[in-house]
Design a protein around this ligand. Structure first.
Ligand code: GUN
Length: 280
């Protein structure tokens, strides 16, 4: 078994991004990201803090706008419209999940698709589905980068995506299909999960259940990508039982230090790429 070291790969990507930001600054462009955080979900607080920290590291102007359950949907939408019109803001993201009193789909629909750096809006999702990719969600993009770094060609491979979320499972599955993989999407209603996962050359898991995938779900020599971020007593666990699965897998991402660090790097890559299109 070998580890796919997301920390190392993301560090290299961030070094490249720092150089890109420097070059943009020489042209008078400072990439700008507006983050909308609603409520006080603990995981979201951590994600947003980390995103702002990496913004600072790279020289990106990260701005946080906080709302809570007492605010109205219209107030959040008004902020999005203001950021859409702000020429110094290149990317806008609404941290998910929102408190249940808000419609995430409706709020996200107001983000200008040029600034939809999460790639969650229907325009960018449609482009992905049409195999005419524009802005892709950061986590799938990060996983593609990791596979590319390990020189893994997904074309013709049996890939099983466990989890069908809008943030990871769906865009990941389509992106892999676009690259020639044979993709199966399994989800919470799938009845014969083990049978399906044990045929996977590449298994990607994003279900939010700590250590759910054990060795008996894995084909010998499979590549296993663990997207899980489950906090138990302040300790982070993946969706994959690393101790047993790592004995069977040929390559595996650890948690922490796997997909997580890649996601923020790729989000900020999306912001930098958007800033390059200013005025176009
Ligand atoms: N919540 C968990 N992951 C993400 C992400 O990539 N983007 C946003 N906006 N919210 C998230």
């Amino acid at each position: 078994m070998n580890l796919i070291d997301g920390k190392l790969i993301s560090r290299q990507i961030k070094e490249d991004l720092k150089i890109e930001v420097k070059k943009l600054k020489e042209k008078g462009i400072i990439p700008g990201l507006g983050i909308i955080l609603v409520g006080n979900n603990t995981s979201s607080e951590i994600y947003v803090r980390n995103k702002l920290k990496v913004c600072e590291e790279l020289g990106i102007n990260g701005k946080l706008f906080r709302f809570n359950e007492q605010n109205t949907e219209s107030e959040i939408i008004a902020k999005i419209k203001e950021l859409n019109a702000d020429p110094l803001i290149d990317g806008i993201l609404v941290q998910s999940p929102l408190p249940s009193c808000f419609s995430e789909e409706k709020i996200i629909s107001y983000i200008d698709y040029h600034k939809d750096v999460d790639g969650f809006g229907v325009y960018n999702l449609g482009r992905l589905l049409s195999n005419d990719e524009n802005i892709m969600a950061a986590t799938p993009l990060g996983i593609l980068k990791m596979l590319e770094y390990e020189l893994i060609d997904v074309s013709g491979k049996n890939v099983v995506m466990v989890g069908a979320s809008l943030i990871v499972g769906r865009p990941m599955a389509i992106a892999l299909l676009n690259r020639g993989a044979t993709v199966t999407i399994a989800h919470s209603l799938t009845t014969n999960l083990k049978e399906i996962t044990s045929k996977a050359d590449i298994l990607i898991v994003a279900i939010g259940q700590a250590k759910f995938i054990t060795a008996e779900y894995i084909k010998d020599g499979a590549i296993v990508i663990d997207v899980g971020t489950n906090y138990i007593d302040n300790k982070l666990y993946g969706d994959v039982d690393f101790a047993s699965v790592s004995k069977k897998a040929s390559l595996i991402t650890p948690v922490p230090g796997g997909v997580g660090p890649m996601t923020i790097a790729m989000l900020l890559k999306n912001v930098i790429d958007a800033s390059k299109k200013r005025g176009i």
